[in-house]
Design a protein around this ligand. Structure first.
Ligand code: AMP
Length: 226
């Protein structure tokens, strides 16, 4: 009898732990979104280089965004955790290089990072604090190395390529199919704008995307120079 009560108690504790885990996580995966600066800057909208310098001709981080498997996402989850630049001062130079702001007027990038942390980062706070959130994104960028993946397949800025070949090159290099977001240059041609990879809830490894975003593109797209 005592043994039976004991096993019920253990099961209840396990159930409570499981429920706590599910409740604290509150999202299913991340989209890790990287952006081609050439495609941000050649549209009808203006772009402004960040105050330190023109960014390198490389993909820049746009964001690390918690999502649900049904394609929706939480946002602005904690007004009590505003962006605090002093918490990431050791990452500052890497942020300038890898997460450049291209919005006008020119600025040091903190407005963009603040937007990303407050809108998306606060929704993954159960797993990553502010420093861990930005550090994880910087490490993912090194791991994914999109420019190298494309270069290895002969896909370089200044050309036009099939959407299929771009997806194939990234899948070959990283093991998982990405989603490609296109935008239009100032003449209205579709071009490679952002690349979405899916990442597990600890923000440490790439996974197969549970769901893909949606959006228009053409079968042949530009990869403009920057
Ligand atoms: P999100 O809410 O994460 O989808 O981000 C959208 C916002 O980020 C919009 O206001 C965009 O104009 C802005 N944004 C996107 N890329 C950049 C960039 N490279 N620099 C500055 N702002 C950007």
């Amino acid at each position: 009898m005592v043994k039976f009560q004991c096993s019920i108690a253990i099961n209840l504790v396990l159930l409570q732990c499981l429920l706590a885990l599910v409740a604290s996580q509150r999202f299913d995966f991340f989209y890790f979104v990287q952006q081609w600066p050439g495609s941000y800057c050649n549209t009808k909208q203006p772009c402004c280089y960040p105050t330190p310098a023109k960014p390198a001709a490389d993909f820049g981080i746009h964001g690390l965004k918690p999502y649900y498997n049904n394609g929706s996402y939480p946002s602005n989850c904690d007004p009590n955790s505003p962006f605090n630049p002093s918490k990431i001062s050791d990452l500052e130079s890497s942020m300038q290089k890898n997460w450049p702001s291209l919005a006008c007027p020119s600025n040091n990038g903190q407005a963009f990072w603040s937007h990303e942390w407050e809108k998306h980062g606060t929704c993954s706070k159960s797993v990553l604090d502010e420093h861990a959130y930005f550090k994880a994104a910087l490490e993912l960028k090194q791991k994914a190395n999109l420019l190298q993946a494309l270069k290895s397949a002969g896909i370089t800025p200044g050309g036009s390529y099939s959407l299929k070949s771009i997806k194939h090159a990234i899948t070959e290099a990283g093991g998982y199919t990405p989603w490609i977001e296109c935008n239009k240059d100032s003449s209205g041609n579709y071009q490679l704008y952002q690349i979405y990879l899916c990442v597990d809830t600890s923000a440490s490894k790439l996974i197969k995307c549970p769901v893909f975003p949606k959006g228009p593109c053409s079968s042949e797209i530009k990869f403009p120079s920057f």
